[in-house]
Design a protein around this ligand. Structure first.
Ligand code: UDP
Ligand code: MG
Length: 321
């Protein structure tokens, strides 16, 4: 029998949170009005996470897991989980209990009203430090202005998606997966539920500053061509400034031949300014070209090393990526 709901949770070095997470989420699973499968995706953890997953699977057959051959990153881990779902409504959440599982029935209620995507929108991040909050705040506003599609601010990956949406996501071949954006790109009926994001239950944050930065760049580059156009604008502006300066120098040469403004300093400033503009433009271009390079290589998105709990053809390790 196929489950009605699939919960997908990526885990990376979460030995401290797994048991509590399982306790809280299985309480929610027991109260659902249909069969639930819990898909845990081990993203190349280096602690006891995998053996804990094996134990939990022994005890509870609703819990299935995938193990990736190394750390492929959060977005890819979620993608792997979505490739394996069998339910009709799919919920994605974090393992660290920052996304309260108790909210799931509310998401499901909206789904039953006919929404295909129900995302949980953070109202408060009081319990997180401003070092995380401020860049996040700025980024989501920037993304909203730049992106070609409407990506709602302050939403993470915590959401419910209808099977129809996940089928579309699974057909998307791209490697630079900014799931929050791809999800909005699909369209259909979307709605949100506000919630307060709790602090991490235990362990350290797995999203280092570098990983967050690269996720932010993925989001911007995948959903906006505006940065590319920006270099054109700045280039045009620089050309205008250069023309003005040429006129000014011409004027000074004729009217005030002894003016100090035509000297060394002016030239240095101009050289540095133009150099900076060019380097930044090349950098922006590089962000796009680098991603094109990643895409054309067409490597599989992930490699599996262990799969348990899926009693159909997909359990075969050869059928991956
Ligand atoms: N995670 C993952 N791979 C990674 C980093 C994180 O699967 O390379 C998982 C992690 O186990 C957690 C979720 O992604 O379930 C969110 O990570 P974290 O709580 O560290 O990030 P934040 O709360 O800052 O979004
Ligand atoms: Mg977290």
């Amino acid at each position: 029998m196929h489950p009605k709901y699939s919960f997908v949770i990526p885990v990376y070095n979460e030995e401290d949170t797994l048991r509590e997470m399982y306790r809280r989420i299985s309480a929610v699973m027991d109260r659902m009005d249909g069969l639930v499968e819990l898909i845990l995706v081990n993203d190349g953890s280096r602690d006891r996470t995998l053996s804990l997953l094996r134990d939990l699977h022994e005890k509870d057959s609703r819990l299935c897991y995938l193990s990736l051959a190394r750390n492929f990153g959060h977005q890819i881990a979620v993608t792997a989980g979505l490739n394996f779902i069998r339910g009709q409504a799919i919920v994605v959440l974090d393992a660290d209990l920052q996304d309260p599982p108790e909210l799931i029935p509310l998401l499901v209620e909206k789904w039953k009203q006919g929404y295909q995507i129900v995302y949980a929108q953070r109202t408060q991040r009081r319990k997180e430090s401003w070092v995380k909050r401020l860049p996040a705040y700025v980024f989501y506003r920037l993304l909203r202005r730049l992106a070609d599609i409407d990506i709602p601010p302050d939403t993470g990956d915590f959401c419910l998606m209808d099977r129809q949406v996940v089928d579309v996501l699974n057909k998307m071949p791209e490697r630079n997966r900014y799931i929050r954006g791809l999800r909005s790109w699909v369209g259909l009926q979307q709605t949100s539920i506000p919630y307060e994001r709790d602090p991490r239950f235990a362990g350290e944050v797995k999203y280092t500053f570098r990983k967050s930065l690269s996720l932010a760049a993925d989001g911007l580059v995948s959903f906006s061509k505006l940065p590319l156009r920006l270099s054109t604008y700045v280039g045009l502006l620089a050309a205008l400034v250069a023309m003005l300066m040429a006129v000014l120098v011409f004027y000074w040469r004729i009217v005030a031949p002894t003016s100090p403004l035509t000297g060394f300093a002016t030239i240095m400033i101009a050289i540095f300014f133009l150099g900076a503009v060019q380097l930044v433009s090349i950098g922006i271009l590089g962000e796009y070209v680098g991603r094109i390079y990643e895409e054309v290589k067409g490597r599989p998105l992930y490699v599996l090393s262990e799969v348990a709990g899926f009693n159909d053809a997909r359990s075969s390790l050869n059928d991956q990526g």
